[in-house]
Design a protein around this ligand. Structure first.
Ligand SMILES: [Zn+2]
Length: 478
């Protein structure tokens, strides 16, 4: 009799064991799973264990906690390649806009190691940066600017020794985990084409992509066409990849030409990609090289097309001169809706915010880019499909970085083995709320946002109990 009971207990335990081992940390149940890599678009249950996706199935799954995603879309968390705001405030806005990885790849940072160390264990979402050519120039040349150059880098040509040091610093940043090389030629106008070519050589040698704000916008010479020719030529000459940031605000009326150039270069084997944000206005600092003499002709705008971020006022010649001496953030109304729509419609164009808020002030793109993409350009205007929008906001940026960072192969996908960086949103209501007047408004409609298996947005509200954001770094240089 005793033996019989023992056998029964063993059988029962044996049956239960697999059931226990199949209990997931979290199950996202019954959502419309959209995976841009496989094309999966179907109702599925997603099981998450140890921060990774462990099951994507139509079968029932048991979880220690269960999220009901009925009627909601489950997609990879968005990867923002161009996110200047890299502090707690900005990470909150990003999380509420569906972003699970925010990367500062345009300006980049320098030095790299302390920047990563400062965020370790303290970030709501994943973070990373390029090794910044601009901050290296600021450091080597003793410019007084902090984020962007404001004097020496704009007015003085670097000596040969300085140039060597800048290159060495940028390379050091790559050794310390920089994801690529960040450049902004409009902000370092004294760098010669030959100097820039050296940076591309470094990128090719280290197999990193150059993320660049080009030399000049608009239809003059220099303008977007010759700026783009320079970048494509440098990429073709060296074999480096180049990513053209915010093609919308560089090309403006010439958006069709710029897209044609990028498409043509790609068709002929040049590794060139691009990105845009869904707004007609740009944003930069009034003291920067963008506003050097001749800016009105270059940008094809006047004083009244500038908005001073601190007060929301439109500028005049008098207030422009006054504020340029002080320095600060300014919004530039340069583009048309037609051109923005063209960029959003193009399958080549990734989505990136170029965002940065300080005390809730700045450009609405910082808080609203991804909700605006889904709410305005997918749902209202039908400029692109939902799957296509998801792809260009998650998988495409991940793929752009995979050659430099193996970590990115686990992001931008809803598949077994990928990081559990996920967004769960209502495609019928998701919408941006940030405006030029009120840029610090959270987006609406992202019901759950998960970073490495931990919720940072729960039922539409921030959950800052954990700080699950992890560093995304470039692989060791060979
Ligand atoms: Zn820029």
């Amino acid at each position: 009799m005793k033996r019989k009971i023992l056998v029964l207990v063993c059988v029962a335990f044996g049956l239960l064991l697999p059931a226990f081992s199949q209990t997931y940390d979290v199950v996202i149940r019954g959502g419309r799973v959209m995976d841009p890599e496989s094309g999966l678009d179907a109702v599925r249950n997603v099981g998450i264990r140890d921060g990774s996706i462990a099951a994507v199935t139509a079968d029932e799954l048991a979880g220690k906690s269960v999220i009901d995603a009925t009627g909601l879309v489950v997609a990879p968390g968005f990867i923002d390649l161009h996110s200047h705001g890299q502090d707690a405030e900005n990470y909150r806005y990003k999380a509420m806009d569906g972003v699970t990885t925010a990367l500062e790849l345009e300006v980049g940072v320098w030095p790299i190691a302390p920047w990563y160390a400062a965020r370790e264990g303290k970030a709501l979402i994943n973070y990373g940066a390029a090794s910044g050519h601009i901050p290296a120039c600021i450091a080597v040349m003793g410019d007084s600017g902090t984020f962007l150059p404001r004097d020496k880098v704009i007015s003085e040509t670097p000596t040969a020794e300085q140039q060597t040091q800048i290159l060495a610093d940028v390379e050091q940043g790559l050794r310390e985990g920089g994801l690529g090389i960040g450049m902004g030629l409009a902000y370092t106008p004294r760098e010669t084409p030959a100097d820039i070519l050296r940076v591309f050589e470094l990128a090719a040698r280290t197999r990193r992509t150059v993320f660049v704000h080009m030399r000049a916008p608009g239809g003059l010479t220099p303008g977007v066409v010759d700026s783009l020719q320079e970048m494509i030529a440098d990429a073709a000459i060296t074999g480096a990849g180049v990513h053209i940031v915010h093609i919308n605000s560089m090309a403006n009326k010439l958006t069709p030409v710029a897209l044609e150039m990028i498409r043509g270069a790609r068709a002929h084997g040049v590794d060139v990609t691009t990105e845009a944000y869904p707004y007609t206005a740009g944003n930069t600092f009034i003291e920067s090289g963008v506003f050097n003499a001749g800016w009105q002709r270059q940008l094809d705008i006047g004083y009244g097309d500038l908005m001073w971020v601190a007060t929301g006022e439109r500028l005049t010649e008098e207030s422009f001169d006054r504020y340029r001496k002080v320095g600060g953030s300014v919004i530039l109304f340069t583009n048309t809706e037609e051109m923005v729509r063209m960029a959003m419609a193009d399958p080549m164009v990734m989505i990136a915010s170029d965002g940065m808020l300080a005390g809730g002030k700045g450009h609405p793109r910082s808080a609203g880019t991804y909700a605006r993409l889904l709410g305005v350009y997918v749902r209202e205007r039908k400029t692109l499909t939902l799957m296509e929008a998801i792809r260009r906001a998650s998988l495409a940026p991940a793929e752009r970085l995979e050659a430099a960072s193996a970590q990115m192969k686990r992001k931008g996908r809803v598949r077994v083995g990928a990081d559990a960086d996920l967004v769960v949103f209502d495609p019928g209501t998701v919408i941006d709320r940030a405006t030029y007047e009120r840029p610090g408004e959270y987006s609406f409609g992202f019901r759950y946002v998960m970073v490495g298996g931990k919720l940072v947005v729960r039922d539409g509200k921030l959950d800052e109990a954990g700080m699950p954001g992890r560093a995304v770094r470039g692989d060791a240089l060979q």
